[in-house]
Write a new protein. Sequence first.
Length: 72
Amino acid sequence: MIRSFALAVAALSLSFTAAAPADAKGCIKGAIVGGVAGHYVGRGHALAGAAAGCIAGHHIAKKRAQARAHHR
């Protein structure tokens, strides 16, 4: 079950990274990590983990982009 979940997440993330703008990368990475973590926490928590991971990943990517723009 874990293998099929991981394959589904990988396929989904590859489809998003091919067509998504650069700003969405933090969301996608965070959603993958959050979804996997939520899956291990318990039944039904993968979706909540993915949503929280997306929000956190987007926030971190935005902060890093601002820091890079500030240093240039």
